[in-house]
Design a binder for this molecule. Sequence first.
Ligand SMILES: [Zn+2]
Length: 148
Amino acid sequence: MHELGVVFKVIDNLKEVADENNISQISSVTLSLGEVSTVIPKLLTDCWQWAIEKHDFLKGCELKITTIPAITYCEDCGKTYSTVQSGKICPHCGSEHTYLVQGQEFLIKEIEVPEDEDHAAGTEMNASEMKGEYKSAFDSASPIHTEV
Ligand SMILES: [Zn+2]
């Protein structure tokens, strides 16, 4: 199942973030899901519930999903339109010279830790795109290991 692989990947990323920031518990994770991405939210949630049981640091962790609307850009008239409504053909000029601007994303948008894990005021951290980009995002955005 595609969604299960996605969940495993997310958990791998969370584990890394948790280790780097000495976080022993994550209380909620917000994912941004593109409208035309291949991931089905309902299946994702089901897999998530099953998978987090196997990880202590994710026990009871809530999965929140926000949708990023799909937008297509037309090269001929320079306008954008809703991909879901019109597909590949521009509704403004009928051109086929169009490409998807956004809507296939799959990002970890936000991670929350329980209040007793947080040493600064806020309980929210902004994570960035998958793997690799975490480090810089956390170094600048997370108060957790800079203000202990
Ligand atoms: Zn057009």
